[in-house]
Design a protein around this ligand. Structure first.
Ligand SMILES: [Zn+2]
Length: 192
């Protein structure tokens, strides 16, 4: 009888230990991701509300540097809220049109203020997405000239993605994956 009780005690202890570990594990991961954000000077709140200041600065530089070689670009999108991303995701799925994104709310770098989209503006003011256009007549495609300058500024180009290339898309991930950004911003999301 005494042995039985000891056995039971042991099991209760194991059960408590396991459930404590299961409870603490996500906390550890959240904390870890937050620390990563902090180390890069990214605050959870600002990630969910505005274009990152570094990205904003590089965006301005991109506009200036492309203008210097006779290319006018238009930034068509930068920070995008999670709600706006969800709306965009519906396009070509539950609403008319063609699919423009594979990312649901929270799955795009735009949702953390770390991405911008660009288009070219012709001299007559028309905005185009023609990747073969050579408006500055230097024998090179304007689009790829913009991409080259963007990459030199530290942007990653969506056109390099193999499974769903996104040619107007430029982002700065700061070495953070979407999963890390999601974990790091979870607390801020829950606060809303
Ligand atoms: Zn984009």
């Amino acid at each position: 009888m005494l042995k039985e009780r000891q056995k039971l005690k042991k099991w209760v202890f194991v059960l408590i230990a396991v459930s404590t570990a299961l409870f603490l594990l996500p906390l550890f991961f959240t904390d870890h991701a937050e620390k990563k954000l902090e180390k890069r000077g990214l605050s959870r709140e600002s990630l969910l509300t505005e274009l990152n200041p570094v990205v904003a600065e590089k965006k301005a530089e991109l506009v200036k540097k492309t203008a210097a070689i006779g290319i006018t670009i238009l930034i068509t999108d930068d920070f995008r809220s999670i709600e706006a991303q969800d709306e965009l995701y519906k396009k070509g799925r539950s609403v008319d049109g063609s699919i423009v994104t594979k990312a649901k709310g929270g799955e795009s770098y735009h949702n953390y203020g770390l991405a911008v989209d660009f288009a070219l503006r012709k001299k007559d003011g028309k905005v185009i997405w023609d990747m073969n256009y050579d408006g500055n007549r230097d024998g090179k495609k304007d689009w790829m000239q913009v991409v080259k300058i963007a990459k030199d500024l530290g942007f990653e180009w969506g056109g390099d993605w193999e499974n769903f290339p996104d040619y107007p898309h430029l982002q700065m991930s700061f070495g953070l994956s979407i999963a890390q950004l999601q974990r790091g911003t979870k607390t801020a999301l829950l606060d809303e």
